[in-house]
Write a protein that binds this ligand. Structure first.
Ligand code: AMP
Length: 263
């Protein structure tokens, strides 16, 4: 099952696309903003502490957000999900990567939605008028966009370096953007779903700074790690025969691990 996250500035459509992707792939949609707003509404200890940061358009401290989202992910033993609004800092990304490795469930894909800043502000002001969301006013919006640039945008390079960043144009009608995301995910999901599959073929998403062999190997290592006890029997790296030379392809052959002592 797909484990993905949406990484985009406020107003780019993370919530809308997150819901649509959750339906499309039959997975849970988890939005940190929604979880936090629920705590604020219920005036929990976490909600009371988070409220001031949210009203100013600042990030809620990592220690609060990380435990909140990891608890939500573990609560119902979710094997597939699309995260919306998490991680938002390098510290959150590093902690969720460690968590994913320990559970053999790192992210398959990080979807970045690109939208022009003027369009983001227009959409957010409009949303604020319709929904009354207190942080959708122009001053807070500008601050949230600045915070995105400073704290969250660097995550694009972090995930590009792991070879799982999928960059999609977020402008235009909602269904078209969903179609673009799904089309971009297809090659990324060319991976074995069960242990009975004994051949793994992976290429990297194409995009600036991607497609390099180290990024591909890191991604393959994470996927193999997730498969548990296996013996790799062969590997074929193909960097030459592709029409699109920027996308090296690795085929890994493997079988369930033989227990010590068995022939
Ligand atoms: P959103 O609904 O995703 O726009 O989030 C609304 C607000 O919740 C943000 O402006 C932050 O104050 C807070 N927030 C949501 N997700 C995070 C996160 N991963 N880290 C820190 N703060 C967050």
């Amino acid at each position: 099952m797909l484990r993905a996250l949406l990484l985009a500035p406020p107003g780019a459509g993370k919530g809308t696309q997150g819901q649509r992707l959750a339906e499309e792939y039959g997975i849970a949609h988890l939005a940190t903003g929604d979880l936090l707003r629920q705590h604020v509404a219920e005036a929990t200890v976490l909600g009371v502490e988070a409220k001031g940061f949210m009203d100013r358009g600042e990030l809620v401290p990592d220690r609060l957000v990380v435990s909140l989202i990891l608890a939500a992910l573990t609560a119902e033993d979710r094997s597939g999900f699309v995260l919306d609004g998490f991680p938002r800092t390098l510290e959150q990304a590093a902690q969720s990567y460690e968590w994913g490795r320990a559970k053999r469930s790192t992210f398959h894909a990080v979807i970045s939605l690109a939208v022009e800043e003027d369009e983001l502000v227009r959409r957010l002001v409009e949303r604020g008028l319709a929904s009354g969301r207190s942080d959708d006013n122009e001053v807070t919006i500008r601050n949230r966009l600045r915070v995105y640039d400073e704290s969250t945008r660097p995550l694009l390079d972090f995930y590009r370096g792991r070879g799982i960043l999928v960059e999609v144009d977020g402008a235009g009608p909602v269904p078209e953007v969903t179609d673009r995301i799904c089309a971009a995910l297809d090659p990324v999901l060319g991976r074995p779903r069960t242990l009975t599959t004994n051949c793994l073929l992976q290429t990297n998403p194409s995009g600036p700074g991607q497609g390099d062999v180290p990024a591909l190997l890191r991604r393959v290592a994470d996927t193999l790690d997730e498969l548990g006890e296996i013996d790799v029997t062969d590997m074929v790296l193909d960097t030459s025969t592709h029409r699109d030379r920027s996308r090296p392809q690795l085929t890994v052959y493997f079988q369930p691990a033989r227990k010590a002592g068995t022939p």
